[in-house]
Design a protein around this ligand. Structure first.
Ligand code: ADP
Ligand code: MG
Length: 141
């Protein structure tokens, strides 16, 4: 099938605990390449658009306020089946239920502050990469 791209965010709690390095090491160790990366602070409106599918959920306000609370690392990850492989490396949404050795088990604090985001389908990946890396050429695939 060739190389696929997915979108990843290292969330504010993981950046705060200096876990950017070990998280990227897990991606690379598992065969995903960093195709693009930038460290930014998300703006509220931008974050609300990104998480639009969750607008009606009770945790939406909390989620947006957490995701805008500090710097985040935005990345495009490339590799065979990058979308599903990334979801495996991340582990379950709730760190308490995430398999041992996954990013969320290692660096997540709770179901909200769960260390990383990863696209849930190739279609989501396209939408999310377009939001944050529209002008970027992916030079490392
Ligand atoms: P995932 O990030 O695993 O795809 P969802 O798409 O269901 O999970 O949720 C998006 C994000 O919203 C989660 O990563 C987490 O930060 C937050 N979230 C999900 N469920 C809850 C919850 N019950 N309480 C607080 N925050 C939540
Ligand atoms: Mg999701």
């Amino acid at each position: 099938m060739g190389t696929e791209l997915t979108f990843s965010i290292i969330k504010p709690n993981a950046v705060k605990k200096n876990a950017i390095g070990p998280i990227i090491a897990l991606f690379e160790k598992n065969g995903l390449k960093i195709a693009a990366a930038k460290l930014v602070r998300l703006e509220k409106a931008q974050c609300e658009e990104f998480y639009a599918e969750h607008k009606a959920r009770p945790f939406f306000g909390e989620l947006v306020s957490f995701m805008t609370s500090g710097p985040v690392m935005l990345m495009a990850l490339a590799g065979e089946n990058a979308v599903s492989k990334n979801r495996e490396i991340m582990g379950a949404t709730d760190p308490a239920k995430a398999a041992a050795g996954t990013i969320r088990a290692l660096y997540g604090d709770n179901v909200g502050e769960n260390a990383v985001h990863g696209s849930d389908s190739p279609q989501s990946a396209m939408r999310e990469l377009n939001l944050f890396f529209k002008e970027t050429e992916f030079v490392n695939k």
